[in-house]
Design a protein around this ligand. Structure first.
Ligand SMILES: [Fe+2]
Length: 187
């Protein structure tokens, strides 16, 4: 595997931590701040960092090597767009404190993204490795380095993913979800 694909693959594993947290939060008592932090992660890391590298760098490089612009990369772009619509609805539910809405949209987003990540891991990334040459991959690696700066912010978001996952695990023993979901989580 190339460094470029390995990096995107590793980001998928970080994003999956938050998808798992969102899925489990639907059945547990978590404070609204959990959703506020999750939305920040999804906007800044999943979309701002990860999808941006795919849309602005990987997909154009694949299309330049002959992949039709209306092919698999178009499907992936469309799924990113649908994901952004989910994030907009999550933000609206957060604004109004609609916990049921947050839970429902979170589950929809997680299902979309799990299927999307599976398609990229199993189909799109192998396709990238078959069409991109060593020069393309080296250029993309440099572009990824630039996109990932500042690294401290990236590390902070990756740590946030782990904290969100742990926060929901801590809420496991808290019993059934409260109607207002406003009880503070553990330490
Ligand atoms: Fe991806």
């Amino acid at each position: 595997m190339s460094d470029v694909v390995e990096r995107l693959d590793a980001e998928h594993r970080v994003i999956e931590q938050v998808l798992e947290a969102l899925e489990q939060a639907a059945e547990r008592e978590v404070p609204l701040d959990f959703y506020r932090d999750a939305l920040r992660f999804l906007r800044e890391y999943a979309d701002g960092c990860h999808h941006a590298k795919e849309e602005e760098q990987l997909f154009p490089a694949m299309e330049a090597r002959g992949l039709p612009a209306q092919g698999p990369t178009a499907v992936m772009r469309e799924e990113h767009r649908i994901g952004r619509a989910y994030l907009a609805r999550l933000a609206a539910h957060l604004e109004s404190g609609n916990l049921a809405g947050l839970r429902g949209e979170s589950l929809g987003y997680a299902a979309l993204m799990r299927d999307h990540i599976y398609k990229e891991d199993e189909i799109l990334f192998p396709m990238a490795l078959s069409v991109l040459g060593p020069g393309d991959l080296a250029r993309l690696a440099g572009g990824f380095d630039a996109a990932d700066r500042p690294l401290a912010r990236r590390a902070e978001l990756e740590a946030l993913a782990g904290r969100l996952r742990a926060q929901v695990a801590d809420a496991l023993g808290a019993g059934p979800a409260a109607p207002d979901g406003a009880r503070p989580s553990g330490p």
